[in-house]
Structures are given as structure tokens and as C-alpha cells.
Design a protein around this ligand. Structure first.
Ligand code: ZN
Length: 254
């Protein structure tokens, strides 16, 4: 019997704690989620099923998260969230438009141009035509490098040439994009002077923000616009874990 009381007390404590936390949550939070593929029966960790994604989208919508594009970061609203999808998989174009429409959300897709031109492993990628046909009120296209190499292993010259080629291809293909970069594999040099040289290069190229992984919530105004953090959403996670990640970012205890 005592255990029942302990259990009930614990339940009340956890509920009150979360409610208080959400009540006290600072208004300047910016949560950025990172997804990859959307596929039924996807066996890979980075693949989420349309059903699970819909549950998450529904939760965001019911709980009044403000889904924005990177260009809207400075708007005055609370509970800002940016939904990002990496690599340009064809299944994004298949599932995202209707789900975004249904739950009044927006998404940003980071496209590596080489994957679109030459493919990636055996995955079905979007074509430039598919990308041009996306509803731009719901979906924003942004940068993910041309070659999708890990920037932490390459020279500044290589990175500069890669990003210039990347933006040239998008221009030639008449694809409107935001100057926001997702580092391939989340990698970039972490130490100066290489890190500050890279940030200067991004600035010179007109890039406004860059995202790493990091699994943390951001607070605005961003102290470091080239190190915004994203929260990695795994395909097989429960809705509870998703809710906890929205509050805390990294979950080391799970
Ligand atoms: Zn990628």
C-alpha cells in the first residue's frame, strides 16, 4: 500500500514540476529539431515513420509551438521551433507537404547539391524539379554544402570552393534558398584560428546562420549564429522522449 502512495506522490510531483517548468520557461528559447528520412518500416535510426512524425507534429500544433523559418528568428513570439530535414530525400517531398499543411507547420530542408545531381547510396533523392515544385510557404530550402564532406577535416580553401559551387548550382537551377548552412555531419573546426576563419568566410559569403548538432536549446539573440544547436530526433523514440527533448534538449539519462 505504501508503494501506491509513493507512486502517486511521485506522479503528482513530476506533473507539477513539468507544469512549473513550462510556465517559467524563458520566452526567448529557440528549439531546432533535426530529422532525416520519413519512411514506413524504416529500419535506420535516422528514419522516422510517417505515423510517428504525425504524432510529433500533432503534439507541436496542439501545444502552440510557433513553427518558423530561419528568416523569422527575430520575430516576437514565444515557443519558437524550427523543423529541419537533412539531405533531400524523396520521401520528404512525399510526406511533408500534407503533414505540414494539416498541422500548420513549416520545415526547412537542407540540400547537398551533389546528392541531388549524383544520388546518395541507394536512396531515392529529390530532383531539382521536385525541389522547385515544393510549396515555399511551407518549406524553406537551405544549404548543406555541395559534396557533403565533413568540414572539420578540410581546408578553408576547400570549404570556400565547395560552398561557392553549392550556391552557384542552386542559382543555376533557379532554386530559391535561405543563406543558412547545416554543417555536413554537424562537423566544423572547433578551435581557433581555423574556427574564426571559417566563421569569417561564412559571413563573407552572406551566410546568416549555421547549425551544428549539439542537442541543446538555443536562447535568442544567438550569441554565436554559426553554432546554433539542433536536437537529433531518432525514428524509434517514444512521444514521451520527444516531449522531454523539447524541454531539455540532450537526454543523457535515457
Ligand atoms: Zn547530411
Amino acid at each position: 500500500m505504501i508503494w501506491l502512495y509513493v507512486f502517486l506522490a511521485l506522479g503528482i510531483f513530476v506533473t507539477v514540476y513539468f507544469r512549473l517548468y513550462l510556465f517559467a520557461v524563458p520566452k526567448n528559447r529557440l528549439t531546432i529539431l533535426m530529422y532525416h528520412q520519413i519512411e514506413k518500416d524504416g529500419a535506420e535510426e535516422l528514419t522516422i515513420s510517417p505515423e510517428n512524425l504525425e504524432k510529433q507534429f500533432s503534439y507541436l500544433s496542439q501545444n502552440h509551438f510557433n513553427s518558423i523559418f530561419f528568416s523569422e528568428i527575430n520575430q516576437t513570439c514565444s515557443k519558437k521551433i524550427i523543423l529541419t530535414f537533412d539531405d533531400g530525400y524523396e520521401n520528404n517531398a512525399q510526406y511533408l507537404p500534407s503533414l505540414l499543411e494539416k498541422y500548420h507547420l513549416k520545415a526547412t530542408i537542407f540540400i547537398p547539391t551533389k546528392f541531388i545531381q549524383q544520388g546518395y547510396k541507394s536512396y531515392k533523392m529529390m530532383t531539382f524539379e521536385d525541389i522547385r515544385n515544393l510549396d515555399r510557404k511551407k518549406i524553406e530550402i537551405a544549404l548543406h554544402s555541395h559534396s557533403h564532406d565533413n568540414f572539420k577535416n578540410f581546408s578553408l580553401d576547400f570549404i570556400e570552393n565547395d560552398l561557392k559551387e553549392h550556391m552557384n548550382i542552386l542559382d543555376e537551377e533557379k532554386i530559391i534558398y535561405s543563406k543558412v548552412l547545416a554543417y555536413p555531419y554537424g562537423g566544423y573546426p572547433k578551435n581557433d584560428p581555423k574556427k574564426s576563419d571559417l566563421f569569417q568566410l561564412l559571413k563573407n559569403l552572406g551566410i546568416e546562420f549555421a547549425v551544428r548538432i549539439g542537442n541543446k536549446i538555443n536562447y535568442l539573440p544567438a550569441k554565436e549564429p554559426y553554432e546554433l544547436c539542433r536536437i537529433d530526433i531518432k525514428g524509434n523514440e517514444s512521444l514521451l522522449k520527444f516531449k522531454l527533448k523539447l524541454i531539455f534538449g540532450r537526454l543523457k539519462i535515457f
